[in-house]
Ligand binder design. Structure first.
Ligand code: FAD
Ligand code: DLZ
Ligand code: SF4
Length: 505
């Protein structure tokens, strides 16, 4: 009874549930296929990262004595199913750890009939919480809140717990994690020179995917398990201690600040969320990093990352079609070109297009906030976020974009929309000092566009949002404004839209 074990591009973990069933008579199949490389116009650096990491992982498995068939582009069949058909040979069963995205799971459910052999999908247990456990947690709750889920996660796992109490006496140190940026020297990043495998991949991406978004070179990212561990160690020793304090800060020309940039490696499977949290907690217990940094970091992984995955699998496929604020404006060209006079957006997009990266506050409060307050089309903005980041997979991208940024799920993921005027951006960054717009102006050719778009957003969504107690104060302010002021905002917004359409804002 020989099996074929299909390992996907984001399943690069030696303790993957399917690989734990490997027997000497079995074979492992890994395939680069056009269907996965093009279902989204992935950033060129993401393609290079995925293919290079896949090739290195296959090589490492082979060196451990595992029989691996590796099917590289451009010769590889165009879909995963075709790759399986080509290499099934005498195997009488196909084993797969369930994929991270709904679209692929839906396809795989037809494979047994197509292939005529038994297809078994195993749970992906590289997460703290199984899909079933999340469904159980969410069942019957009037409100789903990340904070409630997170506390339960802390209790269940014992992570950062001192007996029954949270370490440091509080569940949450967010109030210490909102320092605005102060100019300071940041630790240098580690860079990994492309080896022969990566160079071959870079040539492939340049030749076959030249029309995809983003800059391919320089490519200096970690692509192996060993390099991923070096990245983890570098973050823990160099950046974690200040991670909390500057978690929400933004600075012109500083692309990573104290963020970990570990998400692409965790999502690929080269690092496990458990070992990443353990490393951070160890830094706390050894007195190397303070509690606000370590708790803040652990919350992102044990809390947010698990929460969005649970929400995705519990609510798909229906989740994708929510549009509570009726956001329908076509995505402006500037999201793809990066060209705009709004310095905060231009910086977030420069980071995105050059590095396939933007830190959370850039994604949420700059490009996301702009999409929310201008009312951009939900599908288009979700497609954009899925395309442009090294770490983008729908299970994590969709809840963050549709729920957290666009408030399109009506507040299921976040209790209030993350809408903000220029004032917030001015407080948390130095962007406004370098901008052609004046952050304190509401109207006029040099007024910060975030201001009028923000008030216009509140005014046009009054019916849906005014009842939200967390927005009561801003609606009271809006209520004090006379018709002339509201009219001036409408005209400003109409004028800004014309400028956006002419690629001139
Ligand atoms: P750090 O700031 O160092 O955070 C540590 C880790 O926590 C990250 O590596 C990540 O694994 C996890 N994390 C932090 N915030 C979140 C979150 N909101 N949801 C899930 N995990 C989180 N993250 C992705 O991994 N893939 C995506 O496709 C993705 N799309 C996003 C889209 C939008 C609109 C927004 C607002 C956020 C998105 N995020 C996504 C979450 C977050 O922005 C990134 O995980 C983070 O910026 C990655 O950089 P980092 O590794 O330096 O993170
Ligand atoms: C992201 C990606 C890309 C670009 N290419 C491949 C590929 O050629 N072969 C493969 O097995 N996986 C690839 N992946 C990762 C898959 O898209 C990912 O497994 C699914 O989206 C489920 O998360
Ligand atoms: Fe952004 Fe407005 Fe500040 Fe310019 S002035 S950087 S557009 S918030």
């Amino acid at each position: 009874m020989a099996k074929l074990i299909l390992v996907l591009g984001d399943q690069l973990s030696t303790d993957l549930s399917s690989l734990r069933h490997y027997q000497p008579e079995d074979r492992v199949l890994m395939a680069e296929v056009m269907a996965e490389a093009t279902y989204s116009p992935h950033h060129k650096k993401k393609l290079a990262l995925v293919f290079s990491a896949m090739r290195h992982f296959a090589k490492a498995l082979g060196e451990q004595g595992v029989k691996v068939i590796y099917s590289p582009l451009p010769e590889s069949p165009s879909t995963l199913l075709d790759a399986v058909k080509r290499h099934l040979d005498d195997a009488d069963a196909l084993l797969i750890t369930e994929p991270g995205e709904y679209r692929l799971l839906a396809e795989m459910q037809h494979w047994q009939a197509e292939l005529g052999v038994k297809v078994t999908l195993l749970e992906d247990d590289r997460f703290f919480t199984s899909r079933r456990e999340f469904a159980r947690w969410s069942q019957g709750r009037r409100q789903w809140r990340m904070e409630h889920f997170y506390r339960q996660q802390r209790r269940n796992t014992g992570v950062l717990m001192a007996g029954a109490e949270p370490e440091g006496g509080q569940w949450n140190f967010d109030h210490q994690n909102r320092e605005a940026w102060q100019p300071q020297a940041l630790p240098p990043l580690k860079r990994y020179a492309p080896d022969a495998i990566t160079q071959e991949v870079l040539a492939l991406v340049e030749a076959r995917f030249a029309h995809h978004i983003g800059e391919l070179l320089p490519f200096e990212f970690a692509v192996t398990r060993q390099q991923a561990l070096e990245e983890l160690d570098d973050f823990i020793t160099q950046r974690l201690p200040a991670f909390g304090t500057f978690q929400d800060a933004m600075a012109s020309g500083e692309d990573y600040l104290y963020h970990s940039r570990l998400s692409p490696l965790i999502n690929l499977g080269l690092l496990s969320p458990r070992e990443v949290c353990e490393a951070a907690c160890q830094a706390y217990y050894q007195g190397h990093a303070p509690i606000n940094a370590v708790e803040g970091f652990v919350r992102q992984i044990l809390g947010w990352r698990e929460y969005v995955r649970g929400l995705y699998w519990t609510l798909m496929p229906g989740y994708k079609s929510h549009n509570a604020l009726n956001s329908t404006r076509p995505l402006p060209e500037l999201y793809w070109s990066g060209k705009t006079g709004m310095h905060c957006i231009s910086e977030a997009l420069r980071n995105t297009l050059q590095n396939g990266y933007a830190h959370h506050i850039q994604r949420l409060m700059i490009t996301g906030n702009f999409a929310l307050i201008t009312g951009l089309d939900i599908e288009a903005i979700c497609d954009w976020y899925l395309a442009v980041y090294l770490d983008a997979y729908e299970w994590v991208e969709l809840p963050n974009t549709l729920g957290m940024v666009m408030h399109a799920d009506g507040g299921l993921l976040a209790s209030k929309p993350y809408a903000a005027s220029g004032k917030y951006i001015q407080r948390m960054s130095n962007y406004c000092q370098h901008c052609r717009y004046k952050v304190n102006k509401l109207t006029g050719a040099d007024a910060c566009p975030f201001n009028s778009f923000y008030w216009h957003f509140l005014a046009r969504n009054r019916t849906t949002l005014a009842g939200n107690p967390r927005l009561a104060m801003v609606y009271r302010t809006l209520d004090r404004w006379d018709e002339a002021k509201l009219d001036a905002i409408n005209q400003q917004v109409a004028w800004q839209w014309r400028r956006i359409e002419n690629n001139d804002l």
